[in-house]
Write a protein that binds this ligand. Structure first.
Ligand SMILES: [Fe+2]
Length: 386
């Protein structure tokens, strides 16, 4: 049985098999809509999860009764995506713990096995193969782990997404992930005061940071018996396509393909993080910045692949429409990225929609996106809305 968080259920959702509160109590029969009163009841009883063997049946939005087959598929995928959030959080959490454990082994100069890292890679692999849009939830996860570990795991998700779109075999995906999970293993050996320094680094300190790729490479080979191709990710992830990176100033394809992928994932992830000198950036701003600064720094072919994964209005983008208010992008039909399907959240007067309201820009020629907005300005928290 699949467990589903009550917080993820919405009135009107139906499943192909019955939904159970526990062994003896059914919440809703097969193909029967879950009602608002059902959800209130569960909340009142403090029940956090329900179970079903069924799949979610498409939720029809508001007044829009008929959707084309393409749109039905998008809605269906979106509904399935929501149900993956809990698994993503679990897999992410375990991967962070494994990275931290391995960093500790490195700090203590202890030999470490790669089995758990491989398991983390495997789990991420199956999750993104099930639905590549799960990366969306990375943005909203609350973290209690150290920043280097979280960064390495997030970078691994993005790198594997690129690998998947480059039709990598499972074996290659694993080698790539082994590299990115330990992308900053050399940082473990840099004094903590430098790592956490909020003010500007001195030249000496900066030079010390710049040794982390080599330190990382050496330690992965020595303590982890790492395959060369994976260890090179650590060694070369700060090399740049134009030859202006470090430590060796390698150019173009002199840099290994895994490291070229890792560099894009690493930089994109860093743009999403909050820094002492700037707030966390919203993901399409991060993408724009990657494109503008990236034409020299990154492999242009791989960068294009990554941007196509993120798309113009990635799922989870908050957009303001010329009328009807503000909503969240939940998908788009291939080849029509400018006309996505949107779940409305607030109307033009700022009132929240009570029922699920889906608009399809493909069907509605009077409707268009005026602009994208970030969470703060819109007052919408994506992780709460999906
Ligand atoms: Fe690094």
């Amino acid at each position: 049985m699949k467990r589903i968080l009550v917080s993820e259920l919405q009135p009107g959702m139906r499943f192909t098999k019955p939904v159970y509160i526990d062994k003896n109590n059914m919440l809703a029969g097969a193909n029967v809509s879950i009602k608002d009163t059902d959800l209130k009841r569960l909340n009142k009883w403090g029940i956090k999860e329900v179970e079903t063997d069924g799949d979610l049946i498409l939720v029809k939005g508001g007044q829009h009764h008929e959707h084309s087959q393409e749109v039905e598929t998008i809605l269906d995928n979106y509904n399935k995506l929501i149900l993956l959030k809990e698994r993503l959080v679990d897999i992410h959490d375990n991967a962070c713990k494994t990275v931290i454990k391995t960093h500790t082994a490195i700090r203590n100069n202890r030999i470490f096995p790669t089995t758990e890292l491989e398991k983390a890679a495997d789990d991420i692999f199956s999750l993104i193969y099930e639905n590549q849009n799960v990366f969306l939830f990375l943005y909203g996860i609350e973290h209690h782990h150290d920043a280097v570990a979280v960064h390495s795991v997030n970078t691994t998700f993005y790198a594997m997404l690129i690998g998947m779109n480059m039709k990598y075999t499972k074996a290659k995906m694993k080698d790539l992930a082994l590299g990115t999970l330990m992308i900053n293993s050399g940082m473990v050996q840099i004094p903590a005061y430098i790592m956490h320094k909020e003010s500007e680094l001195t030249d000496r300190e900066y030079n010390q940071i710049k040794t982390h790729p080599i330190l990382g490479y050496q330690v992965l080979k020595k303590l982890g018996n790492y395959p060369e191709t994976s260890a090179l990710v650590s060694m070369q992830h700060h090399e740049q396509f134009d030859g202006k990176g470090y430590p060796r100033g390698l150019k173009g394809t002199e840099i290994s393909e895994y490291a070229r992928i890792a560099s894009i994932a690493d930089n994109y992830e860093a743009l999403l993080e909050k820094r002492s000198y700037r707030d966390k950036q919203f993901f399409y701003h991060a993408m724009k910045q990657l494109v503008s600064s990236g034409s020299q720094k990154f492999d242009p072919v791989i960068l294009r692949i990554f941007i196509s994964i993120l798309s113009i209005y990635p799922i989870g983008s908050i957009v303001e429409l010329n009328k009807r208010g503000i909503g969240i992008v939940i998908g788009s039909v291939p080849n029509k990225p400018m006309r996505p399907i949107i779940k409305l959240v607030v109307d033009q007067d700022g009132n929240r929609f009570r029922d699920l309201e889906i608009v399809n820009l493909l069907d509605d020629n009077d409707l268009y996106i005026v602009r994208t907005i970030n969470e703060e300005e819109s007052g919408i928290k994506i992780s709460d809305e999906l």
